[in-house]
Design a protein around this ligand. Structure first.
Ligand code: FE2
Ligand code: FE2
Length: 135
């Protein structure tokens, strides 16, 4: 059983975004699996670092779509992205310096971090994109 189950409730109905969200879910699941299997810090570091890099890439994709389609709530959404990036980077730095471990609470945090943003701001953005014909 995956740590985060991808299902239709997470879809924002824009293919380019849904594909990237699935990949983010996969990476968090990989991190959970690596932790559960007792993998070493080098493996956890690689997966966590991969999550950060892909997050940055994903946010850039959404922000480009916001600009292309003059999304009225772009500024608010971008602030959320920068807050989320900062939170994940802080957690990663704590992990790297040994102040935090990859644990169930850490993974729970990452799951909420991802789910809450998708279910609120990204869904709204998806509805807007659908309304201007982007699917
Ligand atoms: Fe997103
Ligand atoms: Fe977003």
């Amino acid at each position: 059983m995956a740590f985060i189950n991808w299902n239709d409730s997470l879809k924002v109905n824009v293919d380019a975004i849904d594909i990237q969200h699935q990949k983010l879910v996969d990476i968090v699941n990989n991190l959970f699996d690596a932790m559960s299997e007792g993998k070493g810090n080098d493996v956890l570091n690689d997966v966590f670092n991969g999550l950060l890099n892909y997050t940055v890439e994903h946010f850039a994709t959404e922000e480009k779509l916001m600009e292309q389609h003059n999304y009225p709530k772009a500024e608010f959404h971008k602030v959320e992205h920068s807050d989320l990036t900062r939170q994940a980077k802080e957690l990663y730095e704590k992990f790297k310096s040994g102040q935090a471990t990859i644990s169930v609470p850490t993974l729970n945090f990452l799951r909420s971090w991802l789910n809450n943003h998708i279910l609120s701001s990204d869904k709204q953005f998806g509805e807007f994109l659908n309304s201007v014909g982007v699917k």
